[in-house]
Design a protein around this ligand. Structure first.
Ligand code: KIV
Ligand code: ZN
Length: 527
């Protein structure tokens, strides 16, 4: 007898395949402080594709020039995944999305995702449209999108709070006019699992042409049940889950990719589904995203938190030594965790360094590689053991090639009597700018130095230090959150010297602030 096993070793006979639609770069990026630049989005997209994500929602092309350019660049870079772009229900949005998406194999791997609100409260207050006008907009936008591409997804925003009869009618209309995927967003994260399951079941039983489309879940996590709701949706017949790495997204976030995928892998006995995700890439994706956005996950986060596989108590450790199955439902290596993350020391050469970086998902240009290698050598001189985490922190810091602000040198005068004085050298748009500034403590003096070198309006909201790894020679990782006009950006910096790490983190946050400010300006211009 032949068995069909997938990449995770799951026997797929009598199981339904669930497509994974990742929206980290669209819904995820919309969450406060999670904005990414082009190079960063390309890096995440490459990891998602390597993981086997079926559809990557790369952005909202009409939202800004930056969004357009990144959707286009991701479409060009991709080789396997379908690339989706979001649009409202109008032709201008669809044209702009198509302009970017047609670069995915000449449009062969392109998906247009168009949406409009359908709940009474959204139609009345947000859209100020009557239901009939919303229906007309659906007919026009879906058929227009379908005239561009065969793969069209349609979403009724706030679908779970939409009147049931109207929901059935809009879904039927969208399918009739060419939608091939129907997504049912729980936009405000209001549903509980049996209710969401019933809603999808109701659509499956009441919409006459429902078999012509794939049904998709899109659950927000306001009540902490987004993953449960998504799985419940699959029991009712949904065959696509929309989710994000680390569960990032608006407010409390979206369903987390690693949780839905690992639930299906680990509980294949209860869940008659499978995905084709290479789960061993999960940690890499999670860490890369955390490092890029400065938004790490809480230590007890399921699957990817630092404690997810840690067994602290004596009783648990004893059990684990005797047999890992006593307390472990998943093997750490399934998600890409290995014991051997001690990488290199000061005798490692440039080639080994380059190979290790490639394993961690980094391909650096020659000049960046030289800088990173030099910093690695300096670090290895100061620190006995260099771990993957150290390298990731170091490279993320070095690889910011297009940054406006570059930190170069720092010396500090401090002590219990003061004054606290920072002498900094930074480059602003390539120009060397030396500055000296005083402050209430060395960190304040450094940040005042940045204000002098590059005057700006952002205010410091948060300053945090933690150790990248254990030991007194650990690198300090500093995060700095800046706020301006109601939005925030987070910068990270790492170094064995906490003050140098602080300067790097501030420079990183400032660069994000500059990118975000440009994006905000171009969004205002596009509106
Ligand atoms: O949450 C939501 O409703 C969305 C839609 C645009 C799909 O993100
Ligand atoms: Zn959403």
């Amino acid at each position: 007898m032949t068995t069909n096993t997938n990449i995770q070793g799951i026997d797929t006979t009598n199981r339904d395949r669930i497509k994974i639609f990742d929206t980290t770069l669209r819904d995820g990026e919309q969450s406060p402080g999670c904005s990414m630049n082009l190079e960063e989005k390309l890096r995440i997209a490459a990891i998602l594709e390597e993981m086997g994500v079926d559809i990557i929602e790369a952005g909202f092309p009409i939202a800004s020039n930056g969004d357009f350019e990144s959707v286009k660049a991701i479409a060009e870079q991709s080789t396997r995944s379908v690339i989706a772009g979001l649009c409202r229900a109008n032709r201008k949005d669809i044209d702009r999305a198509w302009e970017a998406l047609q670069h995915a194999d000449g449009g062969q791997r392109a998906r247009i995702h168009t949406f409009i609100s359908t709940s009474p409260v959204h139609m009345k207050y947000k859209l100020r449209m009557e239901p009939d006008a919303v229906m007309d907009a659906i007919v026009d936008s879906v058929s227009y999108a379908r005239s561009k591409v065969d793969d069209v997804e349609w979403s009724p925003e706030d679908g779970t709070r939409t009147e049931r009869d109207f929901l059935c009618r809009v879904v039927e209309t969208a399918i009739k006019h060419g939608a091939t995927t129907i997504n049912i967003p729980d936009t405000v994260g209001y549903m509980v699992a049996d209710e969401y399951q019933e809603l999808i079941e109701m659509l499956m039983n009441s919409v006459p042409n429902i078999d012509k489309a794939t049904i998709s879940t899109h659950c927000h996590n306001d009540l902490g049940v987004a993953v449960a709701n998504s799985l419940a949706g699959c029991f009712a017949g949904a065959r696509q889950i929309e989710c994000t790495i680390n569960g990032i997204g608006e407010r409390a976030g979206n369903a987390s990719l690693e949780e839905v995928v690992m639930a299906m892998r680990t509980r294949a006995d209860r869940l008659p589904f499978f995905t084709d995700i290479d789960t061993t890439k999960i940690m890499k994706a999670s860490k890369a995203l955390g490092n890029i956005t400065g938004f790490g996950v809480q230590p007890n986060k399921a699957i990817v938190g630092a404690n997810a596989f840690a067994h602290e108590s004596g009783i648990h450790q004893d059990g684990m030594i005797k047999n890992a199955e006593t307390y472990e439902i998943m093997r750490p290596e399934w998600v890409g965790l290995t014991d051997s993350n001690l990488v290199m020391g000061k005798h490692s050469g440039r080639n080994a360094f380059k190979t290790k970086l490639a394993e961690l998902g980094y391909t650096l240009a020659d000049n960046q590689l030289n800088d990173a290698f030099q910093r690695f050598k300096d670090l290895a001189d100061q620190k006995k053991d260099v771990f993957d985490e150290d390298l990731i922190a170091l490279v993320d810091d070095t690889a910011r090639a297009n940054d406006t602000i570059k930190f170069e040198e720092l010396s500090i005068h401090c002590g219990h009597k003061g004054p606290h004085v920072a002498s900094l050298v930074v480059r602003v748009d390539g120009q060397r700018v030396p500055v000296t500034a005083e402050g209430n403590g060395p960190v304040d003096a450094i940040f005042n130095g940045f204000h002098k070198a590059y005057p700006h309006e952002a205010n410091l909201k948060l300053y945090q230090v933690h150790a990248v790894t254990g030991g007194t020679d650990a690198q300090a990782e500093v995060s700095v959150k800046l706020e301006h006009d109601g939005w925030t950006v987070t910068g990270l910096g790492a170094d064995v010297d906490t003050l140098v790490a602080s300067a790097r983190a501030y420079a990183n946050a400032l660069n994000r602030y500059i990118v975000k400010r440009e994006k905000a300006d171009s969004e205002v211009a596009a509106a």
